[in-house]
Design a protein around this ligand. Structure first.
Ligand SMILES: C[S@@+](CC[C@H](N)C(=O)[O-])C[C@H]1O[C@@H](n2cnc3c(N)ncnc32)[C@H](O)[C@@H]1O
Length: 225
């Protein structure tokens, strides 16, 4: 496998700016922070089923007792951090957007005090971990990543047991309106087909370790090392 770094950090500033400003709105999808508008409630009901499905899968796979330490990459407002901590796991949440991390810290205050969670304000490719985690969860993260291979190569070094990741599919009304909405706010957005994913996993040598689960608007991917 080619191990040359082709890290693309040029777009991360745009992603950071977008999510710093979008933090409360994004969090409200889960029923936190701000009240949802009628339009948002409509979208939630008909098009955001994937968010529930991928959450259920992360909780199901991490319920295994062998999984104790979890790296939540692009942890956002901390919905997963809070749920994983409540399930008894030790969590490290990393996010590029400070506004998101502030919400995550509010939600998990008691676990911070207990030393069960720490947060890192950084882009993933820009931060090197010294330790290895049992699992890394990357949910709603690859939507903003130009070079997923660079992320895979790094994840393989920093994770010992498994990866849980979501990849958005293109197409459909929500896909189209989301693309327009993000473009207007200068935030890059990437979609994936199943064959894109198979090619990427073959390039990184994971073709026999990967399970691709079709869930509504996303592909949910589990890699077991
Ligand atoms: C759609 S949110 C998902 C949050 C959370 N994982 C969830 O599913 O509720 C995506 C998050 O990824 C973060 N993010 C995007 N690109 C990143 C990068 N290169 N490094 C770290 N975080 C990043 C964003 O700031 C944002 O908080």
């Amino acid at each position: 496998m080619n191990n040359n770094k082709t890290y693309s950090v040029s777009e991360t500033k745009d992603v950071e700016t977008f999510f710093h400003g979008y933090a409360a709105d994004f969090d409200s999808i889960y029923g936190h922070t701000k009240k949802r508008s009628v339009w948002d409630k409509f979208l939630d009901k008909y098009f955001r089923r994937s968010m529930r499905l991928r959450y259920d899968l992360v909780m199901k796979f991490t319920a295994d007792k062998k999984i104790q330490t979890i790296l939540d990459v692009g942890c956002g407002g901390g919905v997963y951090c809070e749920a994983l901590l409540s399930a008894g796991k030790t969590v490290t949440g990393l996010d590029i957007a400070d506004g998101m991390l502030k919400l995550a810290k509010q939600k998990t205050k008691k676990f911070i005090e207990q030393g069960k969670v720490k947060y890192i304000h950084s882009g993933y490719l820009e931060y090197d971990f010294k330790e290895k985690f049992d699992t890394a969860a990357l949910v709603g993260f690859f939507d903003y990543i130009k070079e997923p291979l660079d992320v895979f190569i790094k994840l393989e070094k920093e994770t010992s047991k498994e990866l849980l990741m979501s990849f958005p599919k293109s197409g459909g009304f929500l896909g189209w309106q989301r693309k327009v909405r993000y473009k207007m706010r200068n935030c890059p957005l990437y979609y994936y087909s199943k064959s894109d994913l198979e090619l990427l996993f073959a390039k990184v040598g994971w073709q026999n370790k990967v399970e691709i689960i079709n869930i509504d608007r996303d592909f949910f991917v589990r890699v077991v090392f």
